[in-house]
Ligand binder design. Structure first.
Ligand code: NAD
Length: 476
C-alpha cells in the first residue's frame, strides 16, 4: 500500500518510519500506512512555517479568506469520502462521520469570513491630542496537537482560525487517526495555501510531541487531548513562555429531575452517554437522577440501551460502532470491573464475541459521586447513575467534579432550568439536550481540569490565535 507522507514546506516529505492504521471494526481492513515522523521532521516543519509566516500574516485578508473558502468548498466535495475514511479509521457510525466531515467544511467557511473581520478598537487617549488604537496581530508559528476522537473536526477548528489570523501552522494529529488530517493537507495544497503556511507532521506524541511544544520558534500550542498529557504540555509551554490552549477531559453530569419528560430525558442520556461509543469529551458520564423518577428512568434507559444496535460503522443500521483500539477497550473493561468492585450493579459492559474491538454499553447503577467510576474520565460507552434526593442535591453532585466541560439538565420546569444554567460550574450547559453536540459559531470550552486558555470555535477562537497591540499616536 502507498505510504502517506508528511506535508512540509508544500511538499510530501518521506519519514524514516511508518505506522499501519487498521479499522477497529475489522482488523483485516488496512486503512493506510502513514509516515511516523521524528524530531527532524518537526524541526523542518517549524523552519518552513517560520519562513512562510511573515508574508502570509501581512498579505491582504482577502487572500487568506479566499484560501479558506476554497478549502471549505473542497472539503464539501469530499464529505462522503472523508466520512467513510473516518468511520473506517475511528469507528464512529457513517452518519456521525459524515456529519463531522461536513462540520469541517463549515468551519473553514466560517473562518473564511472571520479572516476579513479582525476587529480592533480606537479610543481617545486620556492625554490631549493622543489617540489609542487596539489591534490584533498573528502570533507567528502555532503548533496544533489533536486527539483521535474527532480526527477532522478538531484539526479544522484549530487550523482554520489559526490561518485566518495570519499564523503559520504545524499540525500533529493523533497517531491512531491521521487519515483525515492527511486529507486536509491535500485539500490545503489544492486550495493554493502557500508552501510552509500549513505543515503536517504525523507521528507519536511521546516521540515528537516535546520537539513541537519545546521548540523555541513555536509561539503557541493549541492542544486537545487527555488531562495527563495536557498538564505536561502546560508545563513545557510555561518553561518556553509560550501561549497555550488546552481542551481536555470531562466527567459531564446530566441531571434528570422529577419534573422531566422521561422519554425526552432517556433520549438525551442515550445519545449523550453512548453515541460515538461514548468517545466524546462532552459525553454524559454521570446521570444524576432525582429519587422519585429514578427507578422509572433506569428501567426505560436500560431498555433503550440494550436495544442499541452495535456493529460495523459502515452499516446504515448501526447505532454504536467499535471502541477505537484494543488498549482503549481494555481500559473501559477495567472500569466496568471497578464499578462492580466499588459496589455498583453493572448492566452491560461486555466485550462482544466477534472480530474487532466491540463492547456493549454499560450502566453503573447505585453509583456514589465519590467512587472512582464517578470521578475519572473513562472515555467509553459507560455511564454512572447517581440517585439524588432532590434538586439541590442533584446540583451539588453535578458541580462536585474536578472537570467542568459540559453539563445538562432534563426538566419541564423553567425555574429549575434557569437555576441550573446559573449555578452549573461547566463551560457549556444544555437544557433538555444531550451534553454532547455543539454549534461551531459559538464558543466551545470548559473550566477546571477540562480547559485552560481561551475558548475554541466561534469568533472567540480568534482571541487565542492573535496578540493584542495597543498603539498611542500624538499627531503633534
Ligand atoms: P492524548 O492526550 O493521549 O493525545 C492527544 C494528542 O497528544 C495526540 O496527538 C498525541 O499523540 C499527543 N501527545 C501524546 N503525548 C504527548 C506529549 N508528551 N507531548 C505532546 N503531544 C503528545 O488524548 P487522546 O487519547 O488522543 O484523546 C482522548 C482525550 O481527548 C480524552 O481525554 C478526551 O476527553 C479529550 N478530548 C477533549 C476534547 C475537548 O475539546 N475538551 C475534545 C476531544 C477529546
Amino acid at each position: 500500500m502507498e505510504i502517506q507522507h508528511n506535508f512540509i514546506n508544500g511538499e510530501w516529505s518521506r519519514a524514516d518510519q511508518t505506522s499501519e492504521n487498521r479499522n477497529p471494526a475489522n482488523p483485516e481492513d488496512l486503512v493506510g500506512v502513514y509516515a511516523r515522523g521524528g524530531k527532524a521532521d518537526v524541526d523542518a516543519a517549524v523552519a518552513a512555517a517560520r519562513t512562510a509566516q511573515p508574508a502570509w500574516g501581512s498579505a491582504s485578508p482577502q487572500i487568506r479568506s479566499d484560501v479558506l473558502r476554497r478549502v471549505g468548498d473542497r472539503l464539501l466535495d469530499r464529505v462522503e469520502e472523508m466520512g467513510r475514511l473516518l468511520a473506517r479509521e475511528e469507528g464512529k457510525t457513517l452518519a456521525e462521520a459524515r456529519g463531522e466531515a461536513l462540520r469541517a467544511a463549515q468551519l473553514f467557511h466560517f473562518y473564511s469570513g472571520e479572516a476579513l473581520r479582525n476587529p480592533g478598537e480606537k479610543l481617545p487617549s486620556l492625554r490631549d491630542g493622543v489617540e489609542a488604537e487596539v489591534t490584533r496581530e498573528p502570533l507567528g508559528v502555532v503548533g496544533l496537537i489533536t486527539p483521535w476522537n474527532f480526527p477532522i473536526a478538531i484539526p479544522a477548528w484549530k487550523t482554520a482560525p489559526a490561518l485566518a489570523a495570519g499564523n503559520a501552522v504545524v499540525l500533529k494529529p493523533a497517531d491512531l487517526t491521521p487519515s483525515c488530517a492527511h486529507l486536509l493537507a491535500q485539500v490545503l495544497e489544492a486550495a493554493g495555501c502557500p508552501p510552509g503556511v500549513f505543515n503536517l507532521v504525523m507521528g507519536r506524541g511521546s516521540e515528537i510531541g516535546a520537539a513541537l511544544t519545546g521548540h523555541p520558534d513555536v509561539a503557541a500550542i493549541s492542544f486537545t487531548g487527555s488531562e495527563r498529557v495536557g498538564r505536561g504540555i502546560a508545563l513545557d509551554c510555561a518553561r518556553g513562555m509560550k501561549k497555550v490552549q488546552l481542551e481536555m477531559g470531562g466527567k459531564n453530569p446530566m441531571v434528570v429531575t422529577a419534573k422531566a419528560d422521561l422519554d425526552l430525558a432517556v433520549a438525551a442520556c442515550l445519545n449523550g452517554a453512548f453515541f460515538s461509543t461514548g468517545q466524546r469529551c462532552t459525553a454524559s458520564s454521570r446521570l444524576i437522577v432525582e429519587a422519585p423518577v429514578h427507578d422509572a428512568f433506569v428501567e426505560k434507559l436500560t431498555a433503550a440501551m440494550t436495544a442499541l444496535r452495535i456493529g460495523d460503522p459502515l452499516d446504515a443500521a448501526t447505532q454504536i460502532g467499535p471502541v477505537v483500539s484494543e488498549s482503549q477497550l481494555a481500559g473501559n473493561l477495567d472500569y466496568v470491573r471497578l464499578a462492580g468492585d466499588e459496589g455498583c450493579e453493572v448492566i452491560g459492559g461486555q466485550r462482544l464475541n466477534r472480530p474487532g474491538t466491540f463492547q456493549s454499553p454499560a450502566l453503573f447503577l447505585g453509583a456514589a459521586n465519590d467512587m472512582r467510576v464517578a470521578r475519572e474520565e473513562i472515555f467509553g460507552p459507560c455511564a454512572a447513575v447517581i440517585k439524588a434526593a432532590d434538586f439541590e442535591e442533584a446540583v451539588a453532585v453535578a458541580n462536585d467534579t474536578q472537570f467542568g466541560l459540559s453539563s445538562g439538565i432534563c426538566t419541564g420546569s423553567l425555574r429549575e432550568a434557569t437555576e441550573f444554567r446559573r449555578r452549573s460550574k461547566a463551560g457549556m450547559v444544555m437544557v433538555n439536550l444531550p451534553t454532547a453536540g455543539v454549534d461551531y459559531h459559538v464558543p466551545f470550552g470548559g473550566r477546571g481540569a477540562s480547559s485552560l486558555g481561551g475558548r475554541e470555535q466561534g469568533r472567540m477562537a480568534m482571541d487565542f490565535y492573535t496578540s493584542v497591540k495597543t498603539a498611542y499616536t500624538y499627531a503633534g
